[in-house]
Design a protein around this ligand. Structure first.
Ligand SMILES: [Zn+2]
Length: 287
C-alpha cells in the first residue's frame, strides 16, 4: 500500500491526522486494513500473538525512522486491530515521547485512557483518539446507526468495521446526539462506565453492584443471554437526578459479562445546567 508519510508530518491533532490518512486512502469499502496501512508507513513488521504483561508495544527510536508493532490477541483479534492502530498513533504523532529506550509499551488500561492531564496520559488518550478515528471514521460509522439508540447497532458495526463490541459502543455513545451512558459489568459488578457529554453524572464506582432497582440487575440476575428492549428505569438507580426520565437496555453476554446502555430524557435546558462541580468520573477513574 503506497502511503505518503511526509504528508502526515507535523500534524499533532489525532483527529486531523486520521482524517488526512483517510484522504490518502480514498473510500474504504471493507474494514479499515490497519496492518497494510502500518506497513505502508514505515512499520516494518506487525506481530500479532498472545503476549504477557502488555497489550501493545511499538519498538522504535526517538526519531521514528522505522518501527515494529506487537499486538496482543489474547482478548481477540478485534482488540488487536485497535491496539495496532493505537501504536501506529504513537508512531505518527511525533510529539509523543518514547516511554522506554526501546519505544512504547502500553497496557489494557492505556487502550481506553481518555484523560488529558499528565503527558503520559495525554499521549495514551491521543493514541486512542487516533485509533478510533482511523478504524471507525464518521463516514463509515454513522451510517450503521439506527434512528434511536440501540445496542443491536453494535452487532452490525462490529462486523462491518471488524472492531470489538466494546469499542463500537464507546464510539456510539460519543457519536450520537442523545444523552447516553454505558456501563460494563461482570457477575453483576461494575467494571467501568462512560458517559456522553450531555449525560448527567454517574453515581457509580468500579466493583459496585448493579443497582437493585435497575432493569440491568434483573436481567443480569436471570442470566439469560441476549439483548433487551429499551425500558423505562429509575434515574435514581444510576444518577443523582431522580427527577429525570431514563431508559435502559442491557445485553447479557458470556461468562457473566453484560453492558447496559442508559438514555436520559433531559428537560429542554438541562444540558446547560451546571452539575455542581462534581468530580469528573469517566472511564478511567473506574479502574
Ligand atoms: Zn499507548
Amino acid at each position: 500500500m503506497a502511503l505518503d508519510r511526509i504528508d502526515l508530518a507535523d500534524i499533532h491533532a489525532p483527529e486531523r491526522l486520521a482524517a488526512r490518512l483517510h484522504a490518502q486512502l480514498g473510500p474504504v469499502t471493507t474494514a479499515v486494513p490497519v496492518v497494510e496501512i502500518a506497513r505502508g508507513l514505515d512499520i516494518s513488521e506487525v506481530r500479532i500473538d498472545r503476549f504477557d504483561g502488555f497489550e501493545g508495544m511499538l519498538l522504535t527510536d526517538r526519531v521514528r525512522s522505522d518501527g515494529v508493532i506487537l499486538a496482543n490477541c489474547r482478548y481477540g483479534h478485534q482488540r488487536a486491530r485497535f491496539t495496532i492502530a493505537h501504536e501506529l498513533g504513537h508512531f505518527l504523532l511525533e510529539r509523543h515521547e518514547v516511554s522506554s529506550e526501546t519505544g512504547f509499551r502500553c497496557t489494557p488500561r492505556d487502550m481506553r485512557e481518555t484523560r488529558e492531564g499528565r503527558r503520559e496520559l495525554r499521549q495514551e488518550a491521543e493514541a486512542n483518539r487516533f485509533a478510533i478515528e482511523l478504524l471507525a471514521p464518521p463516514a463509515m460509522f454513522d451510517r450503521h446507526l439506527s434512528r434511536d439508540p440501540d445496542l443491536q447497532d453494535a452487532q452490525h458495526l462490529r462486523r462491518a468495521l471488524d472492531l470489538s463490541r466494546e469499542a463500537c459502543i464507546r464510539r456510539m455513545v460519543e457519536r450520537r446526539d442523545e444523552p447516553l451512558a454505558a456501563i460494563w459489568s461482570q457477575e453483576g459488578r461494575v467494571r467501568y462506565s462512560i458517559r456522553g457529554d450531555a449525560f448527567p453524572y454517574l453515581a457509580l464506582n468500579k466493583n459496585d453492584p448493579l443497582p437493585k432497582i435497575s432493569q440491568a440487575f434483573k436481567v443480569v440476575s436471570k442470566g439469560d443471554r441476549g439483548i433487551t428492549t429499551f425500558r423505562e428505569t429509575h434515574a435514581a438507580a444510576w444518577t443523582r437526578r431522580p427527577e429525570i426520565e431514563m431508559f435502559e437496555q442491557t445485553r447479557v453476554g458470556r461468562d457473566g459479562h453484560a453492558v447496559t446502555l442508559l438514555w436520559a430524557d433531559l428537560p429542554p435546558d438541562a444540558d446547560e445546567e451546571d452539575d455542581g462541580g462534581l468530580p469528573e468520573l469517566g472511564a478511567p477513574g473506574f479502574r
